[in-house]
Design a protein around this ligand. Structure first.
Ligand code: XIL
Length: 397
C-alpha cells in the first residue's frame, strides 16, 4: 500500500484520524460511523443517486480505478465506491508485474478480490493492462530482450493464462497500453519514431500491437479489445501530432483486419493546456468512423503550476474543464467514463511524485475530496451526464 501524504493546501485540511480499527463492515456500518465519529463520506452530503446511477439514466457507464487493499482496509473508501462506481478498474492489480511476478507464477489475489467485491454488488470489472512497458517485472524485461521468439512466447503465455483465468468475469480488457510515442513538445517527449520505444517494440517491432490483439481474440473471441493511450485530448501542437499518430496506428490495424474493438482515451487532463471541443469531438468521431467504440478510461485533472487560483476557485476551474470535456465526449459518442480514482487523497496525482502538484498544495482532480465528499467536479460530471448546464455564473452548486 502506498502511504498518502498529509493533506496540504487546497481546502482547509481536516486532521487525519486513524480508522477505528474496524474490519470492513459494509457500507451501512461505514455510513453510521461517518455520521457519528468521522466526517468522511458524510451520507447527508452524498445521497443517492451516485454517479453510476446518474450515468445509467442516460445510457452511459461510469466507474473508477480502485485499489484492492483500500477496499479491504478503509470502509469509507469502500462506501464511496459502492455509492459512485458502476465499473471497477484495478489500478495496479491486473498489471503484468502484479499478475506474473515470476515467470510462470501467476498471482490473481488482488485482482480477484476486486472482481468479487464488484460481483457482490452487481458491478463489473475491467482489465488493465495486458501489454505495457510499465509495471513489468525485471524477469520479463530481461526475457523480452533475449530474442523476438522469446518475447513472443512471454506475451503469448501471459495473455493466454490471464484471459483463461478471467474468462467468466472480465469482458473488457486494455490489451495494449500506451503504444504511441510522445511527439516533440510533449511533457515527456520521446526521441525516436511514431511508436513508443518499449521493450516490446525493440523485440518485436511495431507489429507487437497486432500480435497482442490477435492472441487476445484467439484466446477469448467475445472479449472487447481496447487500445488505450493518453496525451490526445488537448489542443496543443504535441496533442495534435499524437492524435495523428494514434489515428494512423488505428487505421493501419483496421486495414490489416486486426481484431480491435475500442480505443481508450486516458484523459489525464491538464487544465493549464487549452481544450477545444470541436477539435476533440472531431477526433472521437474519426475513431468511431473506423467502427470502434471510444471510451474515456482514466479521467483526472491536474492544475499545472501556472494556475495560481486558490480554493474554491481551483475547484471551479477543475469542474469547468471536466464539464467541457465530458459533455463534448458524450456529444461525440463516448458512452463510458472512468475516472482514475475517486478520492483526492488516494489519487496518483497526489501520491505519485512524478505527477503531484508542486508548491505544497495537492491536486483536486477526482470527484470526491480529501474527506470522501462530493465536490464541484462530481457535480460537473453529474450535470454533463444529465445533459444539464452549469449555473449561470459558471459554478456547479
Ligand atoms: C498509475 C497508477 O495510478 C500509479 O499508482 C502507479 O504508480 C503508476 O501507474 N496510465 C495508466 C495507468 O495506464 O496504469 C497509470 O496508473 C496512470 C497512467
Amino acid at each position: 500500500m502506498r502511504a498518502a501524504p498529509p493533506p496540504s493546501g487546497g481546502r482547509r485540511p481536516l486532521p487525519r484520524r486513524p480508522l477505528l480499527g474496524v474490519a470492513l463492515a459494509g457500507a451501512a456500518a461505514a455510513c453510521a460511523q461517518a455520521q457519528t465519529a468521522e466526517p468522511r463520506g458524510n451520507p447527508a452530503l452524498n445521497p443517492p443517486p451516485g454517479l453510476w446511477q446518474i450515468a445509467r439514466e442516460r445510457g452511459l457507464t461510469f466507474g473508477s480505478a480502485v485499489q484492492a487493499n483500500l477496499l479491504n482496509s478503509d470502509p469509507f473508501y469502500a462506501a464511496a465506491y459502492e455509492r459512485e462506481a458502476g465499473v471497477l478498474v484495478p489500478e495496479y492489480e491486473a498489471k503484468f508485474a502484479a499478475l506474473q511476478p515470476e515467470e510462470g507464477k501467476f498471482e490473481f489475489g488482488g485482482f480477484e478480490a476486486i472482481i468479487r467485491w464488484g460481483q457482490n454488488r452487481a458491478r463489473t470489472t475491467r482489465g488493465h493492462a495486458l501489454v505495457w512497458h510499465n509495471a513489468m517485472p525485471d524477469w520479463a524485461r530481461a526475457a523480452i530482450g533475449e530474442s523476438a521468439q522469446r518475447a513472443r512466447g512471454v506475451m503469448e503465455a501471459h495473455i493466454t493464462r490471464v484471459l483463461g483465468q478471467t474468462r467468466n468475469t472480465i469482458r473488457d480488457w486494455d490489451v495494449v497500453n500506451e503504444a504511441v510515442a510522445n511527439p516533440p513538445g510533449s511533457d515527456v517527449p520521446q526521441a525516436t519514431g511514431e511508436m513508443r520505444d518499449t521493450p516490446w517494440l525493440r523485440a518485436l517491432g511495431p507489429g507487437y500491437v497486432e500480435t497482442a490483439f490477435r492472441i487476445a481474440r484467439e484466446r477469448d473471441p467475445t472479449l472487447r479489445l481496447t487500445l488505450n493511450d493518453y496525451g490526445v485530448e488537448e489542443d496543443t501542437p504535441a496533442a495534435t501530432e499524437k492524435r495523428r499518430r494514434l489515428l494512423a496506428l488505428v487505421r493501419g490495424l483496421i486495414r490489416a483486419r486486426v481484431p480491435l474493438d475500442a480505443v481508450g482515451l486516458q484523459a489525464h487532463l491538464q487544465i493549464d493546456k487549452p481544450f477545444s471541443a470541436p477539435v476533440f469531438a472531431e477526433f472521437v468521431r474519426a475513431l468511431r468512423a473506423e467502427g470502434l467504440a471510444v471510451l474515456v478510461t482514466e479521467l483526472d485533472l491536474r492544475e499545472g503550476s501556472t494556475i495560481a487560483a486558490e480554493y474554491p476557485e481551483r475547484d471551479r476551474l477543475v469542474a469547468e474543464r471536466t464539464y467541457a470535456f465530458t459533455s463534448t465526449a458524450i456529444e461525440a459518442g463516448v458512452r463510458t467514463f472512468l475516472t482514475w480514482g475517486l478520492i483526492d487523497k488516494y489519487s496518483w496525482t497526489v501520491t505519485d511524485t512524478g505527477v503531484a502538484r508542486q508548491g505544497g498544495t495537492h491536486h483536486r482532480g477526482v470527484p470526491l475530496d480529501w474527506e470522501y465528499n462530493r465536490k464541484q467536479m462530481w457535480r460537473a460530471l453529474a450535470r454533463a451526464f444529465r445533459g444539464e448546464r452549469p449555473d449561470p455564473d459558471g459554478w456547479f452548486r
